[in-house]
Design a protein around this ligand. Structure first.
Ligand code: ADP
Ligand code: MG
Length: 351
């Protein structure tokens, strides 16, 4: 019998490697928007606006009023693994910024056309420069600019035929972007956010800085949500089981929705936690007579060394120390708050 020769192993071109990696970090237009908005938040912005054309495939533009980018840093801005946020591995344990990998902007230049306009404090003019495949396409050009940074991504996935086709057929990317900005807006209430579709007269998300979380929720999700919320809080400080603080708002029995909305921030990072979401859905089904799906906004703070932020390239999931204990404790707080509110309501209806 003929034995097949083993195929030769060769090293992939760096451009191929980079494009593959970029496709993982930037999975869809909404992932690019998340990275850009997080950069704006990291830059201490107080106002962030997003403009989207064709679900983000034609254009994503994020403008902020943050600290800007230094002229000297522009040449390496979009190289892979260049960052102002992390120096040594140990810093990861206490990192407060959203970003740390120095991968997002680079990734965007491998799957789209990136143009940056930025001005730092005290400068008379800003600079504009475009990037392709990690490198600057031209010397930065002086230009007029207001405070902060504007990043434009055009023709996202122009070089990934299959990805572009699948995304073109799905109309819901703009919806995902609006949903994302809504979430940021009710957490970062000291920042004003807007999100608008190109050509539209009105913004779909429009929040102004406010000291009141409930105000923010009202302006983003509407009165029907805001007027049916109950404030919740919980904390634990037992080093042998769990250390955390949680505060948020959960919907009461008058709230009606077909789908759960769970807006979860852990140490100010927008994340998903399926275990917690399921646990709370179970409480709602068990406690409320007309089993409506809940609206939940929750912010959990843990000692930074209890959170591993580095489990996923999109940083969408984080893993928590003592996750089960924390989930159980939050579940029982939510349960008792719901029971109380439900009993007082039944009582009111009877009298
Ligand atoms: P990371 O956020 O992980 O550092 P990025 O590729 O997202 O990596 O960004 C690289 C660097 O570019 C950041 O560390 C930051 O210094 C700078 N930067 C990116 N976006 C902005 C912005 N909107 N304002 C100011 N600086 C920015
Ligand atoms: Mg970043």
């Amino acid at each position: 019998e003929e034995v097949k020769e083993p195929p030769r192993i060769h090293r992939l071109d760096e451009s191929v490697v980079n494009r593959i990696a970029a496709g993982e970090v930037i999975q869809r237009p909404v992932s690019a928007v998340k990275e850009l908005v997080e950069n704006s938040l990291d830059a201490s912005s107080t106002s962030i606006s997003v403009l989207v054309k064709d679900g983000g495939l034609k254009l994503i533009q994020v403008s902020d009023d943050g600290h800007g980018i230094r002229y000297e840093d522009l040449p390496i801005l979009c190289e892979r693994h260049t960052t102002s946020k992390l120096s040594k591995y140990e810093d990861l344990q206490s990192i407060k910024s959203m970003g740390f990998r120095g991968e997002a902007l680079a990734s965007m230049t491998y799957v789209g056309h990136v143009t940056v306009t930025t001005i730092t404090r005290g400068q008379l003019h800003g600079y504009r420069v475009s990037y392709r495949d990690g490198v600057m396409e031209n010397e930065p050009k002086a230009c007029a600019a207001v405070k902060g940074t504007q990043i434009v991504i055009e023709n996202l996935f122009y070089n990934m035929v299959a990805r572009r086709k699948t995304l073109q057929n799905s109309a819901d990317d703009y919806t995902k972007i609006v949903d994302l900005l809504s979430r940021f807006a009710i957490h970062h209430i000291d920042v004003s956010f807007s999100c608008r579709k190109h050509g539209a007269a009105r913004a779909d998300v429009h929040s102004v800085a406010t000291p009141s979380r409930l105000n923010a929720i009202r302006s983003v999700y509407g009165l029907s949500v805001a007027q049916n919320l109950i404030k919740i809080e919980a904390s634990d400080n037992d080093p042998s089981s769990s250390v955390f603080e949680m505060d948020g708002f959960i919907s009461n029995s008058n709230y009606v929705a077909k789908k759960t909305t769970m807006v979860l921030f852990i140490n100010d990072r927008l994340v998903e936690c399926t275990a917690l979401k399921r646990a709370l859905e179970i409480v709602y089904v068990a406690t409320l007579p007309k089993a409506s799906k809940p609206f939940i906004y929750m912010s959990i703070t843990l000692p930074p060394e209890h959170v591993d932020v580095n489990v996923h390239p999109t940083k969408r999931e984080v893993s928590l120390l003592n996750q089960e204990v924390i989930v159980e404790k939050i579940q029982s707080v939510v349960e008792s708050v719901l029971r109380n509110s439900n009993e007082s309501r039944t009582f009111q209806e009877q009298t």
